[in-house]
Design a protein around this ligand. Structure first.
Ligand SMILES: [Zn+2]
Length: 199
């Protein structure tokens, strides 16, 4: 597949593809879709001897998130070409480049994400969790926490069931299944989802 065909096959919108084409359509960058990696969303690699540049992004991301991650990686490629390899990966050069790319391609994002992305573009972060904005925009709304961290009287979800944390019993907590109206003992280190009503 040549780069044009690869761009066409990416899991993002027509408008987003136009920007990607604009940025790397004439380059020799090798674009790769990856399976869902737990530790990273994408990466950029350069092999000086082979003169090879490769960008990979996890294929399972939703279009805006995919496009955002790919833009992050293309910014690494642009910085490597312009400044060489002595600069910091997420230093001032990369921040400026990525920020500018977000601004110019802002109309390719869904309308509701644009205001926050424009704020983010002023100071992009190396990691998704490093910014409140990207955490809010792209990470799942539900938070997994340990049952221990839930307050008494607070609701939480465990699997598909809704519970209320009632009281402590040694290393476990007495919790009420809200649908069955029955009590259960749940370990303090159980990973549960916080149910947030006011978001
Ligand atoms: Zn990066």
């Amino acid at each position: 597949m040549n780069i044009q065909e690869k761009i066409n096959a990416l899991p993002c919108s027509v408008f987003q593809k136009k920007w990607i084409e604009n940025w790397i359509g004439q380059s020799q960058v090798e674009l790769k879709l990856s399976r869902d990696r737990k530790t990273k969303l994408g990466d950029y690699r350069h092999w000086p001897k082979k003169g090879l540049d490769q960008i990979s992004v996890n294929a399972n991301l939703e279009p805006d998130f995919f496009f955002f991650t790919l833009t992050h990686e293309i910014a690494h490629y642009f910085c490597r070409k312009k400044y060489g390899q002595s600069i910091k990966p997420h230093g001032v050069e990369w921040k400026a480049c990525f920020g500018q790319m977000i601004v110019e391609s802002i109309s390719a994002y869904s309308l509701e994400k644009r205001p926050q992305l424009l704020v983010y573009s002023l100071s992009p972060t190396a990691t998704l969790g490093g910014s409140k904005i990207t955490t809010e925009l792209f990470l799942k709304k539900t938070d997994h926490v340990y049952l221990e961290e839930i307050a008494f009287g607070e609701s939480f979800r465990l699997g598909t069931r809704n519970f209320l944390k009632v009281e402590k019993r040694k290393l476990r907590y007495l919790c009420k299944d809200k649908d069955k109206n029955k009590m259960y003992l749940v370990g303090k280190n159980a990973l549960v989802e916080k149910i947030e009503y006011d978001r």
